[in-house]
Design a protein around this ligand. Structure first.
Ligand code: NAD
Ligand code: WQD
Length: 381
């Protein structure tokens, strides 16, 4: 079956967003709606809350009219549920998929490898099998800077060699990059964009959607946010003896709204609306250009800001955002952590026409607005 063309206006295009109730997915849904797309969200709510869907509608100004309501449809379903996916593809004229659904806790993946490989890898296989049967071969995939492992160099370009991941979560990202690339090799009608995110933080400026981890946060900013709001006592800083300017780990934090806009840019790229050249870089594969300009092959892009910030930079920026000192204590290094990573973002700028706009202070200010107005996330206190 011929692939769906993306060389048409967003208003005529329907995007399936798997994991759309989650942190990055919910922000991307808002940006897609603001750009005029219709969306169908599939999420099993294993790490999210249906209230996020109501908030997406609220931010995007989706009203009660049937026309508006048809622009955001939500299904509580797992991507592992093939019959459920078939019903969804049967009911909607889907043109492309943005695929966020997956389990993402690094430590948990070590303890539960079977669950991670099954959900992330098998889930994606089921999704792609159903999509192909309905002639949908356009997919944007949430990959991660974790595929670079301990990076060979910084700033990390897409040319940087992929290294063996140190945990099953990271392995699923590397494997899925390979699998999606092979789909294109086997059938060049597949258009694949692999977006390698650095460290997404922040929240929508409305304060209505944000990161809402279940249980004790694994990541730095959600932890700092819960200290700031009084749910946790003090931040543990995992190591101050790294070869970095202040000895603490350096990462490329990116505002989740900038990241979300990177997905909209990826759709434009797949539809031939931005960029002129064929995909470039070691993992990129160019498709034969179709007359409609909508076949692109496999595109691989880092999404970061290009700026590294240390753990202490983050804590101090958050202090400025919330207007108080935040207690922290130096702890031993966390197993598996690297000293430093940050992205070279030239390729996304040149080929997608995308650059991150927001700095760390803005990320922390927006995170704090979300956390302070929703101290228990989507749950009532
Ligand atoms: P998240 O947990 O907030 O969102 C993932 C969503 O997928 C959740 O709403 C969850 O309920 C849903 N989900 C999980 N398994 C599912 C299944 N089988 N069927 C349907 N829905 C399912 O995570 P996030 O931070 O928004 O991450 C989104 C994607 O980006 C993930 O694939 C993650 O691995 C990737 N990523 C995240 C980061 C990060 O630091 N947040 C960095 C790099 C890559
Ligand atoms: C950032 C820095 C920690 C918590 C992880 C995944 C990666 C990607 C993004 C999905 C590090 C330090 C942390 C704390 C701390 N996810 N830290 N105290 O490890 O860079 O990346 O999320 O793909 O795959 O590994 O993010 O936020 O956990 O840590 O000092 O309580 O903060 O040591 O230097 P990380 P993080």
């Amino acid at each position: 079956m011929t692939n769906k063309s993306l060389a048409k206006a967003p208003a005529d295009t329907c995007i399936l967003v798997t994991g759309g109730a989650g942190f990055i997915g919910s922000h991307t849904c808002v940006e897609l709606l603001e750009r005029g797309y219709s969306i169908v969200i599939v999420d099993d709510l294993s790490n999210s809350n249906a209230k996020a869907i109501d908030r997406i509608r609220e931010i995007a100004g989706i009203g009660p009219s049937a026309e508006d309501q048809a622009r955001v449809v939500f299904y509580e379903a797992s991507i592992l549920d093939e019959p459920a996916l078939e019903r969804i593809f049967e009911s909607h004229d889907i043109d492309a998929i943005i695929h966020f659904a997956g389990l993402k806790a690094v430590g948990e993946s070590v303890a539960k490898p079977l669950e991670y490989y099954w959900n992330n890898v098998a889930g994606t296989l089921v999704l792609c099998r159903v999509a192909r049967a309905y002639g949908v071969k356009n997919i944007v995939f949430s990959s991660s800077a974790t595929v670079y492992g301990e990076p060979a160099f910084v700033p990390i370009t897409e040319e940087c060699p992929k290294r063996e991941a140190t945990n099953p979560y990271g392995q699923t990202k590397s494997m899925l990059e390979r699998i999606l690339t092979d789909l294109h090799i086997g059938d060049p009608e597949w258009n694949v964009v692999l977006l390698r995110y650095f460290n997404p933080i922040g929240a929508h400026e409305s304060g209505l959607i944000g990161e809402d981890p279940k249980g004790l946060p694994n990541n730095l900013v959600p932890y700092v946010a819960q200290v700031a709001v009084g749910r946790l006592a003090s931040v543990g800083v995992f190591g101050d003896d790294y070869p970095t300017p202040d000895g603490t780990g350096v990462r490329d934090y990116i505002h989740v709204v900038d990241l979300a806009r990177g997905h909209v840019a990826a759709l434009d790229w797949m539809g031939g609306r931005v960029g002129t050249g064929a995909p470039s870089g070691p993992d990129a594969i160019a498709a034969e250009p179709a007359p409609c300009g909508s076949r692109r092959g496999v595109g691989v892009f880092n999404l970061g800001t290009g700026t590294g910030s240390s753990v202490l930079d983050v804590i101090h920026s958050y202090e400025r955002a919330c207007g108080k000192e935040l207690p922290y204590e130096i702890k031993p290094r966390r197993a598996g952590d690297i000293a430093e990573n940050y992205a070279a973002c030239d390729k996304a700028r040149e080929e997608l026409g995308w650059v991150a706009e927001y700095d760390l202070d803005r990320m922390c200010a927006d995170s704090w607005r979300w956390q302070s107005t929703n101290p228990y996330g989507y749950e009532e206190a």
